[in-house]
Each structure stands twice: as C-alpha cells, then as structure tokens.
Design a protein around this ligand. Sequence first.
Ligand code: PLP
Length: 394
Amino acid sequence: MISERMFDLGSRRSAIRELFEYGKQAALTVGEENVFDFSLGNPSTPPPEEFTETAMEILRNEPPCAVHGYTSAQGDFATRKSVASDLASRYGAKISPEKIYMTCGAAASLCIAFHALVSSKDDNIVAVAPYFPEYRVFVEGTGAHFRATKPDTVSFGIDFASLSEQIDEHTRAVIVNFPNNPSGALLSSEALASLAALLREKAATFGAPIYLISDEPYREITYETPAPYLPDFYPDTIICYSYSKSLSLPGERIGYVALPDGVSDIDRLYAATCGAGRSLGYVCAPALMQKILAKNASMTSDFSSYRENRDLLYSALTALGYSCVLPQGAFYLFVKAPNGDAVAFSEKAKELNILLVPGDGFGCPGYVRIAYCVDRGRIERSLPAFAKLIRILR
Ligand code: PLP
C-alpha cells in the first residue's frame, strides 16, 4: 500500500512547475530567446560578493569536518545570535537567539510552524488571499483544514469581512505574506492595526491565542516603503523567513522560524517548534550557510534590476491596455486577465510563448502572475508579443 495523498501530490506538478518545464521544452524548438518565461520566482540578481567571499574563506580556512559537520538540531548558536542581532538592528526587534530555529528555507519554516500549532484534525489555518499555493499542501500535511479569505482585488490588502468569517474556535493561525507573492503588495499600517484588532477580538472570544504567521521571504525587496515589522502590531506573531530571495540562493535552502519576546506560551511553542522540526526531519540546516550567516546575517543582494524591471514592465503593459496594481515589492506583477478567465488567458499567452501563471492556484482567479526576476532583455523582447496578445483578445 502507498499513500494515495502523497501519490496524488507527487504525480501532479504545480501549475508553476508545469509552465517552467513547458518553457524548457519550447526553448529547444523555438530557441531560448523566443520563449518569454515569467513562470518561476528564481532570483536573477547574484548573491552579494561578500557572501561568496565569506563562503570561500570558510571553505579554505576552517577545518572541513567542522564546516560540513552536524550543527545543533535548531542551528548553531553563533548563527542564531547573528540572526537575532540582524533583526534587532533592522527593526529594533527583541528576539532571543534561544527562540530562533534555523531551517531549510521558508517552506520548511512554514511546515514547522504549522505542525507546531496544529493539535487536532478539526483545527484550521487561514491564509489571506492571494496566497502562495503551497500553503494548502503544507497545512493539509498536518491533517488540519486549509481556509482562505476572498481576495481584495482593489489593493490586494485584506478582505476583513471575509477573514472574520473564516476564523472560528478551531483556527490556530492566520498567515500573511508581504511583499506579497503574487501581487507585490505590502500591508499598510492601517491594515495591520485592523488585523491585530480582529485577531485580538477573536482570540478573546474563543479563549485561545490565534497566532499570526508572517511569511517573509521578500521582506527586504521593497521599492518605495520598507516592510513593516508585524510583532509591533500583534505580539503573537511567528516569523517564517528565508534567505532564498534576499541573498538569491533558493537552492541552498536556508531560513528560520523566530519567536519574538512576548509571544504567548513562548517556551512551549519553541519546544513544539523544535519537536516539529525533529518529526519532519528538518534538523541541522545546511552548515556552510549557517557559518556564513554567523559572520553576517545582514547582507542582501542588489535589487536595483528588479525595480528597473518592475518599472519597465508596469509602464509598458499598462500603456498596452493591461490592468494591474503597481507592486511595492517582491518581483511579481499580478495582471488582470483581459477576458476575465486567467486559465484561458494563460493558454492564449502560451501560444505566443509567453508563460504566465494563472492566479487560480493563488486563491485569486481572473489574474495572472508575471515573475519579472528575469534579465531585462527577456522583458524587452516579450513586449511585441504582449501587444499582439491583447490585440488578439480584443
Ligand atoms: N513563501 C512564499 C510567499 C514564497 O514565494 C516562497 C517561494 O517562492 C516560499 C514561501 C518558499 O521559499 P523557500 O524557497 O525559501 O522555501
């Protein structure tokens, strides 16, 4: 016997991966320069030089068995100390290194946080739409129910009426992501204050904490306004972070879960975090990455090319008649499907070798996601195809 659920998950690729694989095949026939692949959020700016130099120095000068050996299950203390001081200098955050758990990227951080909180199959976790599609897989992997709000398609903030409806006595956490994948929106201070008030009210009504999970892999990639620090608004916040995008190294798998001072039941929650990491096999995050972060957890890649891409794509597409909200961060543009059907639009775009991900899997039908973390040439070459596409649809 095998698990039907796992068979099902493993037999179907995500819509994003499906398109990415299609693009690779199409490139073999029409040439890579004629495929406008905007499917995957793979960073296109290199890691900072300091990162590479630090890695080389560690590899050359430190004893190999120490460099590549096991660390503590929850991560090296020096690494956690460095992460805590980065958060303190960035946000004035009060987070003890003893309450940080190093992980293999945000996917692991989220799975650990969900498993640490879910205690019954009646539990649920609510995502604010649009959301990263894997949330559903990760939540359902705990046995709990995945719920989502309706999307707010005016500003891609929070539909509070819908959020209020989704939360009940079985809600263990609400998850938000900003700057948002797929919309690029940031949450305003007003929205965060309202969110905190709603969660406090619900927690009081149901007599148990409702944690806010803040999924922050794009935290440093903002264009006009820096990202807010959620524990300032709502102390029961669990931070799930990844260096995949900020250091441009998604293949190296490094991130963390952080529990700020003031989180309810913090000691037991941290023990449950360690227990979840243990039961999922997410112990001892990649040692070389930890050693690099121990020396400097504050460096980031240069994001100026993302801003240039955003400006170019936003102004060119809106001039052509496409409709979208100007992203404030991350590297995605969320464009309204001109005919209202994102799947049909994405299929039509595919005929012109433009690869766009339908918003349906993000809980927001009617929109497509364009990942503009690509070289500028690809965007420039794609514009005549985007012009042709909107002409066809009209
Ligand atoms: N959360 C969001 C919103 C993401 O966009 C991603 C990856 O693209 C992840 C989590 C997973 O990140 P990681 O690759 O660090 O596991």
